[in-house]
Ligand binder design. Sequence first.
Ligand code: NAD
Ligand code: MG
Length: 399
Amino acid sequence: MSIFVNEGEAHKRPNPQRVAILGASGSIGSQTLDVCRQHADRLDVVAITVYDSVSFAAKAAREFGCRHVVIANEARRNDPALADMPEQAEVTFGPEALEELVRSDDVDSVVSAVVGFAGIRAGYAALKAGKALMYANKESLVVGGDLLMPLVKPGQLIPVDSEHSAIYQCLVGEHRSDLYRIWLTCSGGPFYGMGREELSHVTAAMALKHPTWSMGSKITIDSATLMNKGLEVLEAHHLFEVPVDQVNVLVHPQSMVHSMVEFSDGVVKAQLGPSDMRIPIQYALSFPERWETPCERVDYRDVCDFSFGHADEEAFGCLRLAKEAGRTGGTMPCVMNAANEVANLAFRQGRCGFLDIEATVEAVMGVHDVAPVESLAQLEELDSKARDAARAYLEGIAS
Ligand code: NAD
Ligand code: MG
């Protein structure tokens, strides 16, 4: 099957939509709740999941009248904040509960805003169960796109990542065969323009000050290393069925153009709008309709500074490595992602330097024997081994 809406029967949405938000306490999750607040007549938040923010879940379940709450971290079973959970909410625990929830007959649409590879089983289960899927969880697409994408019916999976939402919007009404290449925009991150020497001294606190977007901590560091852009190249490769080298990264520090698509006849379509994630989140929920904007409109007469440029893959090795993993394909993106998740966390916790992130990814990729992607269990096993290898590498350079 294909993501392209005009190449097959479009997946239908009911009105109102009964929505489950996975990772509701995070940056994307909270902004999704905002969109649901604004469109309460069309969106009924029936379920939310968190990893361990029990008090956040109790408060949101009360506000939205949720019938289901999943706490993904089993260790929270005896959390005192569970006493604040409203009576109507059935609370379940653990990763399997997440999968069960997305299959529930009470749910029409699933927003997956879980961070990391951990979100893959829920995404897979949602697609299998025929739910509409608003997908922010890019790591799972990068790792398991070969398993997820064949399940997608036209209009069933709408990307939430701003660039991919932009590309999707440019492609509505178009045919896959007319797509020539994708221009994936990139703010450049907080360290744009720096060379290797300067990068070797940057800290997590400096990286956490992103110039144009306010996001969760993992993706903020990924944006600084440009690994986020690398993951997005692979995400676009899977979503839009294009080779890795037909996805060009375009540095655009103003984050006004959210991405562009170039067609066979040379025409380029771009999607613009305010830098606010509630817009792509809302588009994914409203598709194929458009609803009133959740944020302030832009007066384009006031936008005088608008630029495009190249990404520096020499200085920002994570972008180069992610693309390499994508070109190799198979299980290579799985180990690349796992090593990055481990090193990203180590950098946030001050256990390694900025350039050690890419060194870890390179080392773990360097010893991996690539195989075709066959199953979720296979990916989970490889993910776990690659994490061990990344930890061992980091311990080695620390001692
Ligand atoms: P975040 O860290 O703010 O939130 C992550 C959410 O996932 C939290 O609710 C947390 O409780 C939950 N979670 C964490 N680990 C989990 C696990 N093992 N099992 C189940 N739930 C778990 O992250 P975020 O910035 O909101 O990003 C979420 C996803 O969206 C990521 O894949 C990210 O790349 C993508 N994304 C984010 C943005 C953004 O602006 N924040 C933009 C584009 C794409
Ligand atoms: Mg993005």
